[in-house]
Every structure is written in C-alpha cells, then in structure tokens.
Ligand binder design. Structure first.
Ligand code: SUG
Length: 445
C-alpha cells in the first residue's frame, strides 16, 4: 500500500517563554529568564509549515496546550480563584509557576511515538503519548497530547491512541525524539529503531554521569509491545552516554533517519558498529539497504552539532528520489557545519538540497526543526479518515497568522507569568483556535 508522510508541527502557544527548566538541554539553560517573543515564535513556526506544504510535503499541525496548567498548580497546594492561585504561585514558587506555563508542548516530536499501520500486528496506526516524566514541566503534557491525537485520529478502525506509560523513572519516555523508522518506502513494513539512554533494570548498561538520560530501554520495549511491532523489525540501540553529557538530551539532536537513510554523528551511539549491524540485518528483512551517512568528529565536533542543531533537521523524501534536509539557520553560522553541508549536497549522496528556516525563538529553548514536528506516515484511506481541520493549507495559514496577530504578545518576561490577564488571553485565544480548527471540546477548559 502506498503511504505519505505528514509532519504535524506544534503550533507555538501564546505564552511561549524561556524558563530554563530543562537541565541537560544547553540552550534552555543558557537562555533562562530572557525575554521571549511569542508572536514571532508562532509566525516562525507557521512560516516553516507553510513553505513545506507549498512544496508539496504532507503538513499538518498539533494545537498548543492550555496554559497555565491550573490543575498542576492546584494539585500542589495553590488554592483560591485563578488569580489567587497565580499570585500565590508567583510569590512562593516562581519556578513551579513557570512549569505550569511551559512552552514545551510546541516540540511535538515529544508528544508521542508513532508506528504506521504497515508495521503493526493489527494493521492500525498506533500512537503512544509520551509521559515525559523526567521533567516536571513536561510530565503533564501527555493528557492533552492523547486528547488532541484522539480528536484528530478518532476513527478506531484505522487508529489507536494509547495513554502514556506509567510515569515512573523505569518507563521514562520522550516519544518520537528517540525513535526513527527506516524503510524502503513509507507504505511498506519498516524497521523501527528505538534509542535509549539508560536501563532501569540492566545494570551492565552504562548511564551518563552529568546529565539525565531521559529515555529508558524498558519504555521503548513497552511502546513496541503496545504497537504490536514484530521483534525482527524492532531494533534497540543505546545512545552514547558521553554525548548525553555534552548536551545531546534526545537522539534527534545527534541523528535523523528517513526511508533507508540514517544521517548521524560518529559519536551518536554507544556501539556504532553494532548499531549499524543490527539495522542492516533488520532492514534486509524488509528489502531495504541502509544508507548510513556518517559525520565524523573531525568534520563536525559534538559541540558544533549541539550549537547548530545540524542533526535536529528533517529529512524529507522528494519526488526526484532524493531528499531535502530542513535545517535551522544556525547551521549556516557554525563554520564547521556550513562547510560540511556544502560538501554534503555536492557529494551526490541521497541529500541534494538544503532548506533553511529562521526558528530562533524555538532554538533558544533547545528545539529545532525536528523537535517541532511529529511524523505520521498515512495511507490514502488514513489521510482521509483523520480530522482535516489541522491540515496546512494557504487558507489555514492566513487564518492562523491573523489569529496570532490578534491574540499574541510580542514580548514576555518571566515576571509576566504572574499577570492574571495573560491567563485570560491564552484561554480566549485557544477557544477561538478550537473553532478555527473545527475541534470543539479540544480543551478540557
Ligand atoms: O524537552 N525544552 C525542550 C526541548 C525539546 C526538544 N525536543 C526534541 N529534541 N525533540 C526539552 O528540553 C525548555 C523549556 C524552558 O526551559 O522554558 C524545554 O522544555
């Protein structure tokens, strides 16, 4: 069966801010408490969606989440009216208030892990919402992620949306950021590659020393079970703990795959040769040859990969049989990366085009092009069965730009999170958005 990949980009919410909440994510830490521009952030994201849709790539969006998360604030003892809850949280624990206001749902690569119907035992497309339990500010996203996915993919004949795994350290799950599907083409059975940072129970597996490993082997295995994946076509690979300690908090900061190509840094995996060998053997079973595009440390040091987000790019299949690499503007500004990319497109390998975007507002929180999107390969029947209101078109783009212009501020400082008016603005904007997208009841307001 033929299938087409859709990228579901996170629409940036009206309270996009920099709170320095992600220990281990260098950009988030470096930009702590600087002023953000929610309007510009949303427009930058929309520009990417529009441009890729105009090029003919499958493009849709996932809506922002409701902010602040009053349920979180009330569950930890802040009481009273909404305004009182905000005032008390701002006074007693600004960091918890920032968690309740986190911008992080915009990085939809972390919303869920996705297995297309060609890979699953029951022939349905499966999603498991990611529990993101490593960070307080992300640990509550899964409820709305599952709700949004169920609203879009509600036809149970085609789709299954699983709730998040138990929210304990043993099942730390960060979704598609640590999952790559390699295949001959999107419609036929593929190999699902799960990259984990540590194991809860296997003490022979080394863990990073400085920064947390967010994804466990046990979580990856549980997702594969829920999705009904075959053992021969599921590959588990350990991320190199040393690169986690250098700021590679997800595998999608050091590797990206598409179709039969894996574009990766030589230091990405704990055992590079073993990883490639496992992938080659599994891919032979689906009639695909691995095209391993390796970037050496001598060409691009890990620090430059982290600074530029070279690997947090999107690899998109084009009609000419080649692939485009969608990169953030920062890749042109880091000398080693810019030089490497010039050679890459000239090399005659699978990647023959670079498409770059200004995503600085997202990048300053450690989110590049690949963080901003959740990949979903859909057959024609599935593409018809999903909710159509989220598919990016010129008309939707213009409607959303007008909506952003109307509701978003162009400057948000940490102190603004205490402003009760901001919460009201966000609610008003999201109520209107659910009407624009044709998704009544999207939010549990
Ligand atoms: O989880 N940043 C996100 C960035 C996620 C990037 N996603 C992928 N690599 N797929 C994170 O670290 C920062 C929020 C703040 O500090 O305000 C944040 O959550």
């Amino acid at each position: 069966m033929s299938a087409r990949e859709f990228n579901f980009d996170g629409l940036v919410g009206p309270s996009h801010n920099y709170a320095g909440l992600s220990f281990g994510n260098v950009a988030s830490f470096n930009n702590v408490k600087s002023a953000s521009n929610p309007k510009l952030a949303a427009l930058q994201g929309l520009a990417k969606m529009r441009a890729l849709a105009a090029r003919g790539f499958g493009q849709a969006l996932l809506p922002p989440q409701d902010r602040p998360n009053f349920r979180l604030l009330r569950s930890v003892g802040f009481t009273g009216s909404d305004a009182e809850v905000l005032a008390k949280a701002a006074q007693e624990s600004p960091v918890i208030l920032a968690c309740a206001y986190s911008a992080s749902p915009m990085w939809t690569a972390n919303a869920a892990t996705v297995s297309p119907s060609a890979d699953s035992a029951d022939g349905r497309l499966h999603f498991t919402a990611a529990n993101l339990n490593n960070k307080l500010h992300r640990a509550f996203e899964h409820a709305q992620s599952a709700r949004s996915l169920r609203a879009i993919f509600k036809d149970e004949q085609h789709f299954a949306v699983h709730d998040a795994l138990p929210g304990t350290p043993a099942f730390g799950d960060e979704g598609a950021a640590n999952h790559t599907r390699l295949c001959k083409d999107h419609g036929s059975a593929g190999v699902e590659m799960f990259v984990y940072g540590r194991s809860e129970f296997d003490t022979s597996i080394s863990a990073p020393k400085k920064y947390p490993a967010r994804q466990t082997l046990e979580a990856s295995q549980a997702v594969a079970r829920l999705h009904g994946l075959s053992a021969e076509r599921s590959v588990y690979i350990q991320q190199n703990p040393d690169v986690i300690d250098q700021g590679v908090f997800h595998n999608d900061v050091i590797a990206v795959g598409n179709a039969n190509a894996l574009f990766y840094h030589e230091q990405a995996f704990a055992d590079e040769a073993g990883a490639l060998d496992q992938l080659r053997r599994a891919m032979a079973g689906v009639g695909a040859d691995l095209n391993a595009i390796r970037v050496d440390t001598a060409q691009v040091p890990v620090a430059d990969a982290v600074a530029s987000y070279l690997f947090n790019s999107q690899l998109l299949s084009k009609d000419n049989g080649k692939m485009a690499l969608v990169i953030p503007q920062e890749c042109q500004e880091v000398a080693s990366v810019a030089a490497y990319l010039q050679g890459l497109v000239a090399s005659g390998n699978a990647i023959d085009e670079l498409i770059h975007f200004d995503l600085r507002q997202s990048m300053r929180n450690g989110g590049g092009p690949a963080c901003l999107r959740l990949r979903v390969a859909l057959t024609d029947a599935e593409a018809k069965a999903m909710h159509q209101g989220v598919v990016m078109t010129e008309a939707l783009y213009h409607t959303l730009v007008a909506w952003v212009e109307k509701h978003y501020r162009d400057r948000l400082e940490p102190a603004d999170l205490a402003d009760p008016q901001l919460a009201i603005e966000v609610h008003t904007a999201l109520e209107e958005l659910s009407r624009i997208l044709g998704m009544p009841g999207l939010y549990d307001l």
